[in-house]
Design a protein around this ligand. Structure first.
Ligand SMILES: Cc1cc2nc3c(=O)[nH]c(=O)nc-3n(C[C@H](O)[C@H](O)[C@H](O)COP(=O)(O)OP(=O)(O)OC[C@H]3O[C@@H](n4cnc5c(N)ncnc54)[C@H](O)[C@@H]3O)c2cc1C
Length: 386
């Protein structure tokens, strides 16, 4: 029987563990924290915030895999009346529809954007500068980067398409991603995976192949390999609860500068106590910008989309997520240029900043499948890369 060690019990680690156990391997997972999930944990208590993922995109490879195993569980559908409350800030005011030039970039027939050019230059040629800037800023919902227009045009176009598809790709596990993680952990357990929490690994084991399913920063320290770097975003996270008021926006996307606020109780009432709404926002920060700068921009969006919010606040929290929102690809690079999954000597990387395709957590998922297939020498694992 093959044995395999997985370091990290987040979405990547659990995907790797289940995949390996399903083909008969004896798997041990080490997770440093006392609970599983990593960035996909949902806070306990009255305000069930997610640090990381909120949306599960049904166009991704993980969707089919999770569905086949009955792991998705109940979803919280967005009522159409709430969906109609998506607002876009453009030239300082809220509007319901995208500016016309931006639509040119959303057409299904739009040309495939090149890898080598930056998005703003390429998109300006298609839709003019105003449309290009608005589209770049909208894509920040899935990019968490302060200047999406400066990234590879192909990279940004893929995220823009996925984030604007109709019907929307974004789905929301009821109760937050912790419920999805719980189901994955139960499946791993039933397959005989040994899961050790509060088990931080400081030295790589040498008696089994190892899948290092941590953030790239943690992998760099563990492998003592300074080449393990790749750009990611830095974003201010503003979470707050407000007393319910009819007519609040569902979400506000900032087309003037990157930023996104979403009222997650619009689709899932259980995330906050009765009579309150949970809003989570992310405002990407440029180098040199502080959490306070991001918070100030979030407050401008709140003023527009949630009138009277200051008098209605019941709970509030702010933080900065640096390098925790997945890989971004500069012009001239694609996912193939990121740190390779196979590190040699039986060590494999899985995570959202390594060489695998997909949007956000899909990179963790795809790299976990690749890592296990290489670790076990199994070609027959389903490794369909988009
Ligand atoms: C604000 C924000 C919003 C996001 N929104 C979305 C979204 O809407 N949709 C989406 O798909 N994705 C989203 N993401 C991305 C998503 O959260 C990540 O891609 C995904 O959760 C990463 O999973 P992972 O398992 O690769 O890494 P992690 O979740 O970081 O898991 C790594 C685990 O390894 C453990 N660990 C680290 N070092 C060690 C060690 N030495 N020994 C043992 N254990 C160790 C950690 O404790 C952690 O549990 C978002 C992220 C952020 C921050």
């Amino acid at each position: 029987m093959h044995r395999i060690t997985v370091i990290g019990g987040g979405f990547a680690g659990l995907t790797a563990a289940i995949t390996a156990a399903e083909v008969g391997a004896e798997v041990t997972v080490h997770e440093a924290h006392h609970t599983l999930g990593g960035r996909a944990r949902t806070a306990e208590g009255p305000y069930r915030t997610n640090e990381g993922p909120h949306a599960l995109y049904n166009g991704g490879p993980h969707w089919t895999w999770l569905k086949q195993r009955d792991l998705i569980g109940p979803l919280a559908p967005l009522p159409p009346l709430e969906a109609a409350r998506l607002r876009l800030r453009h030239h300082g005011v809220l509007r319901r529809t995208p500016p016309f030039p931006m639509l040119k970039l959303l057409r299904r027939t739009a040309r495939q954007a090149p890898v080598d050019a930056d998005f703003l230059t390429w998109a300006t040629g298609v839709a003019g500068e105003e449309g290009a800037r608005a589209a770049a800023n909208y894509s920040a919902v899935a990019l968490f980067h302060h200047d999406p227009g400066s990234l590879s045009a192909a990279f940004v176009q893929e995220r823009l398409r996925r984030a604007t598809k109709l019907p929307p790709e974004a789905h929301y596990p009821r109760g937050g991603w912790a419920t999805l993680i719980d189901r994955m952990a139960a499946r791993a357990w039933n397959l005989g995976v040994r899961i050790e929490t509060l088990s931080r690994v400081d030295t790589l084991p040498t008696d089994t192949p190892v899948v290092v399913a941590t953030s790239l920063d943690a992998a760099r320290r563990l492998l003592q390999d300074s080449s393990l770097t790749w750009p990611s975003g830095r974003t201010a996270l503003v979470d707050l609860a407000v007393r319910t008021r009819r007519g609040d926006a569902f979400a506000v996307s900032d087309l003037d500068t990157p930023g996104w606020l979403e009222r997650f109780t619009a689709q899932d009432h259980g995330l906050a106590p009765a009579g309150e709404q949970l809003i989570q926002g992310q405002i990407p920060l440029a180098p040199g910008e502080s959490k306070a700068d991001g918070t100030a921009r979030a407050e401008q969006l709140l003023d527009l989309g949630f009138p009277g919010w200051r008098e209605r606040v019941t709970w509030r929290r702010e933080s900065v997520a640096g390098g925790r929102t997945g890989a971004v690809d500069p012009p001239g690079t694609s996912w193939r240029d990121r740190p390779a999954v196979n590190r040699g000597d039986g060590v494999y990387l899985a995570g959202d900043q390594v060489a695998a395709p997909g949007v956000l957590s899909e990179v963790s998922f795809n790299s976990a499948l690749t890592a296990v297939s290489l670790a076990l020498g199994r070609r027959e694992l389903d490794l369909k890369h988009a």
